[in-house]
Unconditional design. Structure first.
Length: 261
């Protein structure tokens, strides 16, 4: 017992050990106090309540409409921009080369997305300047901002829509429409059909040189009597070499972008 008392006195006489003991005791007291203290839980009410201010109801409806638009943003991104044409052309190029998953889908979609931003940059700048910035500064109403935002997008889609496709949807509704007052529900499907038509047409031109390479390789293998060797084994390196020597990616991207300029 005396030995323990002497050891305790020796530990207490040491300044470093004294600070360690005090810190340990303080930490224990804080732990006990925090355990006994009840942490308040916030009360979140989801019950609908009345409002005496019409502005509160209007703001709530605007937020609901904004969330709905955000849920449709991927579809609007694909169907009202250059994304559809670009991603289809990229996919057809990969198929024409014969590389099954090279480049991967993530690379093709990512490249198509950034090329879409490049093509749509002037249009989005006009939307930001004419509609978004005045709306954020509370200079125009929501209806006016939507009307101003539609104008650049409408001009872009009309510029890249075939008149035959546009006439198809206008005639089916039996409406008299001009380029200024044509509805988006008529313009968007016509624009998508035109983009698909253009993408498949460009894909056809891309397939021609690669088909010729496949025919040449198959003829050479047949003449050499190597009928058991698959032509794709030899044609794939040949197509890759021709594509690289022709600077294929730069030519392809230039051709895609020039179609929108």
């Amino acid at each position: 017992m005396q030995f323990l008392i002497n050891q305790t006195k020796a530990m207490w006489n040491s300044p470093a050990r004294r600070r360690l003991i005090l810190i340990t005791c303080l930490f224990g007291l804080l732990t006990v106090a925090s355990a006994q203290t009840q942490i308040p839980i916030p009360n979140i009410s989801l019950n609908p309540g009345g409002s005496s201010k019409p502005g509160d109801v209007s703001s709530s409806l605007q937020i609901l409409a904004l969330l709905t638009i955000l849920s449709l943003a991927p579809a609007l991104m694909m169907l009202t921009t250059a994304f559809t044409r670009i991603v289809i052309i990229m996919s057809l190029t990969r198929t024409a080369i014969g590389a099954q998953n090279i480049p991967p889908n993530q690379v093709i979609v990512g490249l198509s997305l950034f090329l879409t931003f490049y093509v749509m940059a002037p249009t989005y700048e006009r939307v930001n300047k004419d509609a978004l910035q005045p709306y954020f500064k509370k200079q125009i109403t929501t209806e006016k901002a939507i009307e101003r935002a539609q104008k650049p997008m409408r001009e872009f889609m009309l510029k890249n829509t075939y008149k035959s496709d546009l006439k198809l949807f206008v005639d089916m509704r039996k409406e008299v429409a001009t380029q200024e007052n044509i509805s988006l529900t008529t313009l968007i499907p016509a624009f998508v059909i035109s983009e698909l038509k253009t993408a498949f047409l460009v894909g056809f031109y891309i397939f021609i040189p690669f088909i010729i390479i496949d025919l040449i390789v198959a003829s050479i293998l047949m003449s050499l009597g190597m009928m058991m060797m698959p032509p794709a084994v030899v044609s794939l390196p040949a197509k890759l070499l021709v594509f690289i020597l022709a600077d294929g990616w730069s030519v392809l991207v230039k051709a895609i972008l020039s179609g929108y300029m």
